[in-house]
Design a protein around this ligand. Structure first.
Ligand SMILES: NC(=O)c1ccc[n+]([C@@H]2O[C@H](COP(=O)([O-])OP(=O)(O)OC[C@H]3O[C@@H](n4cnc5c(N)ncnc54)[C@H](O)[C@@H]3O)[C@@H](O)[C@H]2O)c1
Length: 137
């Protein structure tokens, strides 16, 4: 995707590790300004510091995507500090793999609560960023 995200602003959820961090790093390497958000604030702050030290402007923001106030606050802060958000990566999520007969009830309940929490569309991936970018509300 050379050039596609140059000087664009991206907001990546679940970016403290795994796939979210890899996506954030790839977007930053392609010239994007990236807001990394996660439940794990220390992880995203550290990752953003590393990217920024490489000359790739990035910020790390604490945000639980199941809490609309936190999500909106993080989106607004990212837009204020980096500019209108052009790219939204709805990556944060849960995964637990086990045979059906031994799948823990509390894990299943957690999934249901997680999905049911989605008021802003960022959990179920419905949220998109409109042309012109998301600006602070
Ligand atoms: N790895 C796989 O094989 C695979 C397969 C299919 C789908 N997925 C999905 O892809 C996404 C990333 O997978 P991964 O393997 O990197 O997972 P991961 O567990 O390594 O990373 C998920 C990140 O999301 C964060 N997170 C969890 N709940 C959150 C919340 N409420 N608010 C904000 N952040 C939260 C976690 O702190 C973690 O940093 C997940 O949504 C996962 O369900 C992964």
């Amino acid at each position: 995707m050379p050039g596609m995200v140059q000087d664009r602003v991206a907001f990546v959820t679940g970016a403290a590790g795994g796939i979210g961090l890899a996506i954030a790093q790839a977007l930053a390497e392609e010239g994007g300004r990236v807001a990394l958000s996660d439940l794990r604030e220390d992880g995203v702050r550290r990752a953003a510091d590393v990217l920024s030290a490489q000359g790739r402007p990035s910020i790390g923001l604490a945000c639980d995507v199941t809490k609309e106030v936190e999500l909106t606050g993080a989106l607004d802060e990212a837009a204020r500090r980096l500019g209108p958000i052009d790219v939204l990566v709805n990556n944060a999520g849960l995964q637990h793999v086990s045979p059906l007969e031994s799948f823990p009830t509390e894990k299943f309940s957690h999934y249901v609560v997680f999905l049911a929490s989605d008021k802003a569309g960022c959990v179920t991936g419905q949220a998109v960023v409109v042309d012109g970018g998301y600006t602070a509300q």
